[in-house]
Design a protein. Structure first.
Lengths: 179, 431
């Protein structure tokens, strides 16, 4: 007995960020990862009679997203992570604690939302527009290494912000102040 | 989260991550990243949080852009997804916002008129739609297996034929999204408006009134062919890419690159040119240049038909143009090297000579590969007539037009290298 279509969609929506991120870590393209998520949803709906329960659905979806992402990365001729690392990641993403839960995701959204305009622009160019550091550097009249360093600093500051948010706001959904 | 990130961790992983995302790691950096991710769960945890940051940043950027400039008059994929499942759109955040693809139109409901093989029509609520029943927005029609196909018919005589291993979803009345595979639309001339809109993730076909057109969509590209009338092809952004007349085709890549040409006649003779890089749409397998010449080697990939990882070579997908025409006396010749003998097959996905027909079939060589000595090569030579002893053999007369070539050694890596692949008819230049 498979899952009902509504259940499949709802369960996958709940785990959407985790599945998109798992694929994005391989293809390094958020839009492509989002496309893969949609393909996974459609494929899960098609194959739902074979899916036993919610845990099976998540494992199946992560495995399907991984394979499709690896195929896409191969076609894009990206240097891949090893199968061993991908196996470890698949297990990590499949962990019930997942991406850190809604608290962490919400904290991350708040932190990104609080960034200043230059930082947001840099993240937008890198992860929304998919520009390489070389292209961004040309736009900003900086060196590619400087762009890499700025991005690294931004990621670190976001990590610090998320940790502060989580320490300050243990209850999900409570809006926090500026860190 | 199993392991909390170490707040005192050095910034090194951040630096590796941003270079990894750009595919700009040196060999030494890639090895370092591998080492860290293999050995340290905390590094893996941090790497995953970095990925979440990237996804979140992209989605918030898209939200901001969409809020600044909503796309009136067009369907976003977010709206489309609403039809694929209740609530789905609500969560498909902004990574998809801004990709506009379907102009508004009105059309009569379609019904499943004919079906062969395994054909599924599933309504938005997951219930099966039976032949003859109206197909409502949100429904998905899919065909499974080499000989499957489905014909959807509208009251005005317009029809959409779905070829094997294809899937189409009805986003709204008269608006069809081809998710994979091939479809052919034979559209009646309407009194007014657009009777039908066909789209893929990278191209939208409008102005189809009175036209016969084929649409094929694989992972990396969409191929449009026009056999009667005139069709407008647009990008998901709404930008017009081309107006195609009778006898013309357009290939649109996932990156938006597009190329218009006349629909060529499929030749009887064909050979892979491995002196050049593999075509852009090549699906699986990699080209290597060895001391004694270039070869194609299989790669492991997840085969959806077998639902397993398999070692395969899969060519690009040339539905409209076709690679070659096969007749019973056509001869397929392959020069290969294999480190070990083992089971394997060479498959040719074929269609009829008429691209508008959804009929397809398979010609298969299933006798495996033999081991060759060091530096040796083996020639495999087989007539097309000897490739018909399989469950999916074409049920239509030749010529059989090959549109996809597959080498499959299943779950084993036999060390296969293919140096030549040729198709010829007796007496032709390809022999």
């Amino acid at each position: 007995m498979g899952l009902e279509p509504d259940s499949v969609v709802q369960l996958l929506l709940r785990e959407r960020l985790r599945i998109v991120a798992a694929a994005a870590a391989i293809v390094r393209d958020v839009h492509a990862a989002d496309d893969l998520f949609q393909q996974v949803v459609l494929s899960a709906l098609e194959h739902r009679s074979r899916i036993r329960d919610a845990d099976h659905l998540l494992a199946w979806s992560l495995r399907t997203a991984r394979h499709r992402a690896v195929d896409l990365a191969r076609r894009k001729q990206l240097r891949p992570l090893s199968t061993e690392v991908l196996d470890l990641f698949e297990a990590d993403w499949g962990d019930p604690a997942g991406s850190g839960g809604p608290d962490r995701e919400e904290a991350l959204r708040r932190c990104v939302g609080r960034l200043g305009a230059p930082a947001r622009d840099l993240l937008r160019m890198k992860y929304f527009e998919g520009l390489t550091a070389v292209t961004i550097a040309a736009k900003l009249r900086r060196t590619a290494d400087a762009v890499y360093q700025s991005l690294s600093r931004l990621h670190r500051s976001l990590r610090d912000c998320v940790e502060r948010e989580q320490a300050r706001q243990p209850v999900a959904g409570v809006e926090g102040g500026r860190p | 989260m199993s392991t909390p990130p170490d707040p005192d961790r050095s910034p090194r992983l951040d630096e590796l991550f941003v270079r990894y995302w750009d595919d700009a790691l040196t060999d030494a950096e890639a090895a370092e990243l591998e080492r860290r991710l293999t050995a340290d769960p905390a590094d893996r945890d941090w790497f995953r949080l970095l990925t979440l940051q990237a996804v979140t940043a992209a989605e918030l950027s898209a939200v901001a852009r969409a809020e600044a400039a909503p796309p009136p008059g067009y369907w976003t994929r977010r709206r489309v997804l609403r039809y694929l499942g209740a609530g789905l759109a609500a969560s498909v955040a902004a990574g998809v916002v801004g990709r506009r693809w379907l102009p508004e139109a009105a059309a009569p409901p379609a019904r499943l008129a004919l079906a062969r093989g395994e054909v599924k029509v599933v309504a938005q609520d997951g219930t099966a739609v039976r032949a003859g029943e109206p197909i409502r927005p949100g429904a998905m029609v899919s065909t499974h297996g080499p000989n499957s196909w489905a014909m959807l018919a509208c009251p005005d005589g317009t029809s959409v034929a779905l070829a094997s291993d294809s899937a189409l979803t009805l986003a709204a009345a008269g608006r069809w999204l081809l998710l994979r595979g091939n479809a052919t639309a034979d559209v009646r001339q309407p009194a007014a408006g657009d009777p039908l809109v066909l789209a893929t993730a990278v191209a939208t076909l409008t102005g189809l009134g009175g036209a016969v057109a084929t649409l094929g969509h694989a992972a990396r590209a969409t191929e449009v062919g026009v056999y009667r009338g005139r069709v407008i092809v647009s990008a998901p952004s709404g930008e017009r890419l081309a107006v195609l007349g009778q006898g013309e085709m357009l290939t649109v890549g996932s990156d938006g690159d597009h190329h218009k040409q006349s629909i060529p006649t499929t030749p009887d003779e064909f050979a892979w040119d491995l002196t050049r890089p593999l075509p852009a749409g090549w699906q699986v397998g990699r080209r290597e240049v060895a001391a004694d010449g270039p070869v194609v080697r299989p790669e492991f990939w997840f085969d959806p038909y077998h639902q397993a990882e398999m070692s395969q070579i899969r060519s690009d997908h040339q539905w409209a143009k076709g690679f070659f025409r096969l007749y019973p006396d056509s001869v397929v010749r392959v020069r290969y090297r294999a480190e070990q003998a083992g089971p394997g097959q060479i498959c040719f996905c074929v269609r009829t000579a008429d691209t508008r027909s959804p009929d397809t079939g398979m010609l298969e060589y299933n006798r495996g590969f033999e081991a060759t000595g060091p530096g040796g090569w083996r020639w495999l030579e087989v007539r097309a007539a000897d490739l018909l002893a399989n469950a999916h053999a074409p049920k239509f007369d030749p010529p059989w037009v090959g549109f996809l070539v597959i080498f499959n050694t299943y779950k084993a890596d036999l060390g296969l290298k293919v140096a030549e692949f040729r198709v010829a008819r007796p007496g032709g230049a390809g022999r």
